[in-house]
Structure formats: C-alpha cells, structure tokens
Design a protein. Structure first.
Length: 224
C-alpha cells in the first residue's frame, strides 16, 4: 500500500514533501513537528492491533495540528473506531477509491469527514435493520453516544465531561446493553443509522465540521 500512496501523493499533491516510515515507532519528533498530514496503513497483519492504535492515539494527542488519515481494513475496524476517531483524524477503508483519499487530503484537518461511508457500510460492519429497536437511554448514555458519533474517543469524552475513563466506558457499555448491541462496530453502525442520528440529534452520518469549534465544546460541557 505504501508504494500506491506515494504515487497518489506525487500525482495529486506534487507540492508535498513525502517521507515514508515502516511503522509509527520510526517517526521522528522532527518529522512530526514539520508535518501537516500523516497517512497510516492499518490494513496489514498485526499480532496486537490495539497496541498499534494506542501508539497512534498517543501521537494524535501530542500533535493535534496534524491531519491523521488511517487506511483501515476489516480486521482493524473495531480498534480503529474505538481508539482513533477524533476531531483531527479520518478513517478510510483500505479499499477506498482514490478520489475519496484525494478529497480527504484536500479537505484538510478541519473539513474532512471523520469516517468514510465504506467503513460504515453493511459489508464492513455487518449491520442489521435497527428500526425495530426501542431506544430507552439515559441522558448520560445519549451524551456519550452522541460524542462518540461526532468522532470523540473515550479519553477525550472523559476529559471533556470531567469524568473518569471507567465511568464513560461504563455508560457506553450500558447503552450498548440497552440497545442489544454486542460490538463497537455494531454500535457505530447504529449511531450512523437513521434511527441513531435521530435519537442522538446528530445532523448527519459524519457530523458537521463546524461542530468542532469552541462554542460546541462549551455547549456539550454545559450539559455535563
């Protein structure tokens, strides 16, 4: 995939200086400080996908000015949506059309979609018809799912709402039990469904980039 990504960048973004690394651990501090875009391949085999995602999460937390684009395969999907969805990252499918990747890069850090339609398609998430499910969620559970739907991770939500990671995870898990949902992939599929967007008052499957401004953060905090 790395060779293909290089060719795409050379063809569509000749003004970019391209630096390749075999893994996240090989990225140097100088490279990261000078970078505005990182495209990471999360489609290969790995004995511990969670550790890889956690390492990228730590880098995202340190370098918030970078637009992080992750090419995600089916086997990485659950870990990626759990740990890497945030306001400065975009998740794309590893079989994403080239034009979608080009559009994502051109959109930049603040206007790109957070997760592609291909990753939330039934083939990827094994979704079902959620319309029959009765939704009885507490205010706290709705708040957590709403923020997850906007691309926040558990750690960011805990920090925003001034609660522990354990509390936020418990509220998420409680909501999943009420919805009879058994995996993170299925949870995001429900959030991205018409019913989920309606119940959580999300404007669209991907949200609006304008929602990531300070006013939105203040509004969410006012409900905590």
């Amino acid at each position: 995939m790395q060779a293909g990504l290089k060719e795409i960048m050379r063809t569509h973004f000749p003004e970019y200086e391209i630096i390749s690394s075999a893994s996240a651990e090989d990225l140097t501090l100088l490279q990261l400080r000078r970078s505005g875009l990182v495209i990471a391949d999360l489609a290969g085999e790995s004995e511990d996908p969670r550790s890889v995602c956690e390492h990228y999460y730590s880098l995202i937390s340190q370098y918030r000015e970078i637009h992080w684009v992750f090419m995600v395969s089916r086997s990485w999907y659950s870990r990626a949506v759990e740990l890497l969805m945030c306001p400065t990252a975009t998740l794309l499918s590893d079989v994403e059309p080239i034009e979608n990747l080009v559009k994502t890069v051109r959109s930049g850090n603040t206007h790109a979609e957070r997760i592609s339609a291909m990753l939330t398609s039934p083939a990827m998430t094994e979704t079902h018809d959620f319309s029959y499910r009765s939704v009885i969620l507490t205010l706290s559970e709705r708040k957590v799912l709403r923020l997850l739907g906007k691309g926040w991770g558990i750690n960011q939500i805990a920090s925003l709402l001034k609660k522990s990671n354990k509390t936020i995870s418990a509220q998420k898990n409680s909501a999943m039990r009420r919805l009879a949902i058994h995996s993170n992939a299925e949870m995001y599929a429900w959030i991205n469904s018409a019913q989920g967007a309606r119940e959580l008052n999300l404007p669209s499957v991907y949200g609006d980039a304008a929602e990531w401004n300070t006013a939105e953060l203040r509004r969410e905090m006012s409900h905590s």
